[in-house]
Design a protein around this ligand. Structure first.
Ligand code: MLT
Length: 268
């Protein structure tokens, strides 16, 4: 059963979903979605585990617009504040894409609280100059035309070719999540991602277990980037999911949950 709750953490009211009981895995969502993207995994929590999925600052149905542009490190501090509130001392940190950038930021700001990493459809490198320009273009777009224009642009990129052809339930699901967000929340996250540092050094020093998940049809984060990230960490496992694009946990939810469950049960 998935529970939906609210916590006061670092002066913010945070919505989070959780399911199961036991060792915690914090699941951090992608841009520009919210905690609901993790429902398929929250529906299949392995025995002995508790999955907790918060809405990140500026995202989700309860979000207030951020008052200032946060850095990913500040967003990571939001996560540790929620962990404090939930009396979670240490956890596995897992994230997809932006959620992965944030998991790496968590290792930078509070390494002692991260027992293992799950990095799905994400990369260690910072934005390229063209990538940063693309962020500015999307910031203009969301300020001018709102979240639905961002949905128009992002949905085809989030889905692999198999999903675009054969999984018609996904575009409306993604659109609902994207359109719930505030334009300011979306713009703030774009600024934070644009300014993120290179996480290669922090991953090279990460000695705990890690699971890297890639989507074979992901055009935003090519499989090669995941292979490079996997190569950095001595205890990393790599899983490449067939017929999955960028939001692999939604596109092939059973395969994603199985890879996650196998990793948690045999490595932690
Ligand atoms: C995401 O899915 O979180 C985004 O594609 C990340 C990004 O734009 O770099």
């Amino acid at each position: 059963m998935i529970r939906e709750s609210y916590a006061e953490a670092a002066g913010r009211r945070v919505r989070y979903l959780d399911a199961g009981a036991g060792w915690p895995l914090i699941l951090l969502h992608a841009f520009p979605l919210n905690a609901d993207m993790w429902r398929p995994q929250l529906d299949r929590v392995p025995g002995g585990w508790r999955f907790v999925a918060p809405d990140l600052r500026g995202f989700g149905p309860a979000a207030s617009a951020p008052t200032a542009t946060p850095t990913l490190e500040q967003m990571a501090t939001d996560v540790t504040a929620l962990m404090d509130e939930l009396a979670i001392d240490r956890a596995v940190a897992g994230g997809l894409s932006m959620g992965g950038y944030l998991s790496m930021a968590l290792v930078r700001v509070a390494p002692e609280r991260v027992t293992a990493l799950v990095l799905a459809n994400t990369r260690a490198q910072p934005d390229t100059p063209e990538g940063r320009q693309g962020r500015d273009t999307m910031i203009d777009l969301v300020r001018r035309s709102g979240p639905s224009a961002v949905a128009d642009q992002m949905i085809p990129k989030l889905l692999g070719e198999t999903s675009q052809r054969a999984r018609p339930h996904l575009p409306p699901m993604l659109r609902r999540m994207i359109e719930l967000n505030s334009p300011e929340g979306i713009a703030a996250a774009l600024h934070a991602m644009k300014a993120r540092p290179d996480s290669t050094p922090v991953l090279s020093r990460f000695g705990a277990p890690a699971l890297v998940i890639a989507g074979e049809e992901d055009t935003l984060i090519p499989v090669g980037d995941s292979e490079a990230m996997h190569g950095l960490m001595p205890r990393s496992h790599l899983v490449v999911l067939p017929t999955a694009g960028h939001v692999s946990n939604l596109e092939v939810p059973d395969d994603f949950s199985e890879a996650l469950g196998n990793f948690l049960n045999s490595n932690i």
